[in-house]
Design a protein around this ligand. Structure first.
Ligand code: NOJ
Length: 512
């Protein structure tokens, strides 16, 4: 695994909404370049950039029309190369978003694949061999060309599924992953990776990574496929990094991914912490982290030594962290996110508590996700410093609230969320025990109880993290005695006869 991952902390950029440099109301590569110093200042040293390739943008770019061409609205391939260079100069690595599971219907491969005559793209997608048969249990595209067959879709109906074969096959048109069509698809995806790695990108976040081989209930076929990709990277680009949108580290890391995300879907109980009726990090103190902890421990055990389990603050598909959590709750949530193993991922704007913008009309296939994708709020100038375009030209409207948070104001205030996140990142960097590969042992996480406590360790260093989002003082026993405070938000915890006394709404990290 690439050495730079040891202390990598990522920042996710939704390019549409980060910084517009040419006043057309939409973000671009040059805008990102201009804000790289901000990312360095925050302490992040990695970027995950959402899809930035030629696309009709029916799903924000997850509907790729040309894998080898940057979307002109963001700039040229050369601009993107410059972005990699400028990032590297500042010690930042950049992951692009690879969408291997499907393309746009506008992709030239699909245009060819729709033809009735056999051609090199006939088997690039999954087609039944008769227009009157639709693939069981899956959406499909049918009746839009002369080809007699129905084409499997992977997500929205304008996203036909690329053909990597079927693990279990029970219809004649279902091909084995070893057949020519599926093999050619995989070879082409490797070429796409070669192309961008050659341009200077450092790896990929892989969209719907678990979806490639169909009829694959345990993921065995898809795992085998990713093992091939990993072998190819190890040989040609050993420093390259892969992180999967899979949400099941037992599978993805077995497939050779260096990292996997815990997500709003899947078995991880991630939502119990931040995004449910009573999130654990709410000060009401009615949440429960125990199912998350149990599942996390199981996943750690099963993936030992294979790679990282990454817990994002959010992403472009989920509600903003600040939709359910407010004020100090956000600071305590970040104390968790930035003290857990695996590389942390900060979704742009979460570090200042950007809100979910309610009531927005869907933009580019965002639907209910649109409210989490609004333009970055930099300062109090026109359009919050995002763009000089007239307000009505902004690609997604800004949060219009008078008290919307912004970077500049939060930089000026020592007690802001931004400053807390910055402190936590600096602390993580200064302590090997807190970094990505350090150990973790949960010492207090009973069902429906607060606080949550765990020991992080590396080499000689052991640090106890105690998180008490609840608005009540608690005394608990976890077999540890506090020796020295390394970090505290709120009043410090203290040793007492019955164990440790923790103050309401506090987060602390202690030597033990
Ligand atoms: C997951 C992406 O994060 C999401 O935004 C997209 O709509 C789907 N995959 C389809 O590619």
């Amino acid at each position: 695994m690439a050495k730079w991952l040891d202390d990598a902390i990522f920042y996710e950029i939704y390019p549409q909404s980060f910084q517009d440099s040419n006043g057309d109301g939409i973000g671009d590569f040059q805008g990102i370049i201009e804000r790289l110093d901000y990312i360095v200042g925050l302490g992040c040293n990695g970027i995950w950039l959402n899809p930035c390739f030629q696309s009709p943008f029916g799903d924000a770019g997850y509907d790729v029309e040309d894998y080898y061409l940057a979307a002109p609205r963001y700039g040229t391939n050369e601009d993107l190369r410059r972005l990699f260079k400028e990032a590297h100069k500042r010690g930042i690595h950049v992951l692009l978003d690879l969408v291997p599971g499907h393309t746009s219907t506008k992709h030239r491969w699909f245009q060819e694949s729709m033809k009735a005559e056999k051609n090199p793209y006939t088997d690039r997608y999954i087609w039944t061999d008769d227009i009157w048969e639709s693939p069981e249990g899956m959406g499909c595209i049918r009746g839009i060309s002369d080809r007699s067959g129905s084409c499997v879709v992977n997500f929205f109906s304008h996203q036909p599924a690329l053909n990597y074969g079927y693990y279990e096959r029970n219809r004649p048109w279902q091909q084995s992953p070893e057949e020519e069509g599926p093999r050619a698809t995989l070879e082409e995806m490797k070429n796409v990776m070669r192309f961008w790695l050659g341009m200077g990108c450092d790896g990929f976040r892989v969209d719907m990574a678990g979806s490639l081989v169909k009829n694959d209930p345990e993921g065995k076929g898809t795992i085998a496929l990713w093992q091939k990709v990993r072998a190819f990277l190890d040989q040609e680009y050993p420093e390259a990094v892969l992180i999967s949108e899979w949400g099941e580290p037992e599978k993805s890391l077995a497939g050779g991914f260096h990292m996997d995300f815990l997500l709003q879907f899947g078995p991880s109980h991630y939502n119990d912490l931040f995004r449910c009726e009573e999130p654990f990090f709410s000060k009401r103190g009615k949440g429960d982290a125990s199912a998350f902890v149990k599942r996390y421990e199981e996943s750690r055990e099963k993936t030992k030594g294979k790679g990282f389990i990454c817990i994002p603050s959010g992403n472009h598909d989920m509600d903003r962290l600040a939709r359910r959590l407010k004020g100090d709750e956000l600071k305590i949530a970040f104390a968790f996110l930035l003290s857990m193993p695996g590389a942390p991922f900060v979704y742009y704007g979460d570090e200042i508590g950007m809100r979910f913008v309610e009531g927005l009309r869907s933009v580019e296939g965002g639907y209910q996700r649109t409210g989490s994708r609004s333009p970055m709020q930099w300062d109090k100038s026109t359009n919050a410093g995002f763009s000089s375009a007239p307000r009505e030209l902004l690609y997604i409207p800004l949060d219009e609230s008078a008290d919307r948070p912004d970077v500049e104001s939060q930089m000026e205030r020592e007690d802001s969320l931004y400053q807390e996140v910055r402190r936590l990142i600096a602390l993580r960097k200064a302590h090997p025990a807190l970094q990505n590969g350090g150990g973790i042992e949960f010492v207090y996480a009973p069902q429906n109880e607060y606080p949550l406590a765990y020991v992080r360790s590396a080499g000689e260093e052991s640090l106890l993290v105690i998180l008490n989002p609840a608005e009540r003082e608690i005394v608990f026993e976890c077999g540890c005695r506090l020796k020295e405070t390394v970090y505290s938000f709120g009043k410090e915890a203290e040793n007492c006869g019955e164990g440790i006394r923790v103050s309401p709404c506090s987060a602390g990290i202690y030597r033990i």
